[in-house]
Structures are given as C-alpha cells and as structure tokens.
Design a protein. Sequence first.
Length: 343
Amino acid sequence: MIAHTVTGLILAAGKGTRMKSARAKVLHEVFFKPMIHHVLDAVSPLHFDQTIVVTGHQAEMVEKACSGYPVAFARQDQQLGTGHAVLAAESVLGSSPGDVMILCGDTPLIRTETLRNMLSGHRAGCQALTVMTTYLDNPANYGRILPDGSGHIQAIVEEKDASPEQKEIKEINAGIYCVDKEFLFKALKGVGTDNKQGEIYLTDIIAIAHANGLRVQRFFCHHSIETLGINSRLELSLAHATLQKQLLHQLMDQGVTLISPETITVHGQVKVERDTIISPNVFISGNTTIGYNCRIAPFCYLRDCRLGDNVSIGAGCYLHGAQVGANENIDPHSRIIDQIEHI
Ligand code: UD1
Ligand code: MG
C-alpha cells in the first residue's frame, strides 16, 4: 500500500498591500509574535508529513522568521495570486499521493482543534476538496460561498468580482482547504486570470471541481473569529485584542481580579494566584509569577518577576527580574532590576 501523506501548505508570499507597510504582512506581530508563527504553532501538533511555506515578497526575511520550525520553503517570485502561490510549491510537494491542507499565513487565530476536525471530516467524507467556511455579519472583503442547492459548494466568488446579490451572501471562505493533491494541480492548470485582479485565484478550483461532478464539502467553523484574515492594521489590532482577551478571561476564571481589563496587558508564561488584584494600565510579561492576594497598583511594568503572597506593588513601578518576598510592600515609583537571572 502506498502511504497517504498529508502536507501542510502555508501561503505567505504576498506583500499585504492593504497593511501600507514596508514589512511583509505575515511578519507583523499579533500578540507579541509574528502572525505566521501563530499559524505554524497551530499546525505543528498535527504532525504533517511535510509543511511547506510559500514565500516571495521579502522571502529571505520570512524564511528567517520561520527557521525555528521544521518547514520547507517554496519561492513564488512574482505574486500572481493564491492559485499561483500553490503552483509555485508543486515541485517541493512531490508527486506521491496524498492530501494537502492549504492555509493562509494571515489567519493567526485559527486553532489546532479546528484544523484537526476539518482534516478528519475531509477524510471521512472521501471528497476531493473540503473548504472551511463561516458566517459573518459583515462579510466584506472575503470570498463568498455560492451553494449548489444540495448542501455542497458550487463556487467561490471574490468580493471584487461579486454581483450586488452575491455580496449579500454571509457565508465566507476562510481560506483554508483540504484537497487531494492530484486534483489540486490538475485543476489549477485550468485556472485563468479572467477576474478583476488579473490573478490566478486558488478559489477557482471549487468551480472546476463542481463542473467535473466532484462534490465540494464544507467544513463549517462555528467560532467565526478564528477565520479572521488580517489584511489591514485594524484587523491586526482586532486579532491582538482577541488573544489578549482570551488570556485575561482565563486569569479571571482562575480567581484573579482585573480592574478595567481592557487596559491590562498580560503575556508570556505569567502565573497569578487567586485573590490578587491587578489595577488598570498594568503590563506583565515574561516568566512572571505572582502569589496569592497581591495588589498591583496602576501603571506598573513587571517582567520576569517573582512575587510571593500578600505583596503590594505601589503605582508606577518598573520591575524587571525582581524578587519580592511574601508580605512585602514596594513603594510607588520603585525601579528594581536584575535580582533574578533573566530567562
Ligand atoms: C483570500 C481568498 C478569499 C478568502 C480570504 C480569507 C483567494 C483568491 N481569495 O482573499 O476567498 O475569503 O483569503 O482570508 O484566494 N499570497 C501569496 N501569493 C500571492 C497572493 C497571496 O502567497 O500571489 C498569500 C498571502 O501572503 C496571504 C494569503 O495568500 O497569506 C491570502 O492572500 P490575500 O491577498 O490576503 O487574499 P484575500 O484577499 O484575503
Ligand atoms: Mg487575506
């Protein structure tokens, strides 16, 4: 029996024109790490046989940013569309039979569990192609899903090519696909550039599948926020806020009081014991542990700190690598650095 492989293919060659930036879009940070790391971290527990990142715009920088991950690269020298990006990876993908899970480097909120469910649904359905979709109240700028009348997908139409009626459709393409490799490349060779952007759209393979009598399965993502595609600075801030909110909700669930949580930043390996109260405009990061029943006054910065139980930190402190014993009070405006080895 020939092994059936699964390859992850992450499209990251685009410039990200709408970001209005000198930096490649996938290198912009979302919640303190490059956007593309979120996607790579989401796929890594899936243990694909191979993961390929398609690079192009600022390829060296993007490849360097991914160098800590077990990935191969394919170069797309000119950015002629998402379909063209997949074609650029054809030789790296090889010709052994298998499935390809295609993702975009600009969807940092996607979760491993969702991808895992999609992959098993794709396999169970035995179809050539599965597309992740969701509903959005404001579907602007996403590709719209055209249903075929029997519960499957007939085609995807991009916003720029959509008629006013099609723009009313609220089911959108998340830009994540599971597809049989052989079908993928056969179909892509039949995709033209007859669209408003003059690009080779990956999304055109859906209509090709349908025209060939193949059923296109949908995998519906119930948490639509996971499919957020970052094309602008506004969406970048929304992605950051979403991840920050999730972490702060976890802290509150564990018994920590956050006053005006929308003004508080917490990230890294931070652990906080219950009944601690964190005031507005506090920034906590790194490998920081905070004990039980502590009080952190407003405008404090804590990084790589260890605070015992019942500690009180006055307003406006700068603590980097500070070790504060149980029951101690730190005066407002204190600056403590390097008491413990930085990690
Ligand atoms: C794409 C989909 C759209 C979907 C949306 C989801 C197409 C034609 N459209 O639109 O249906 O709703 O994603 O977020 O696929 N890229 C390359 N090379 C290129 C062009 C793009 O590698 O030549 C990469 C980009 O770096 C990016 C990803 O592909 O990571 C998607 O490209 P983008 O321009 O953001 O497509 P959207 O307009 O968002
Ligand atoms: Mg996009």
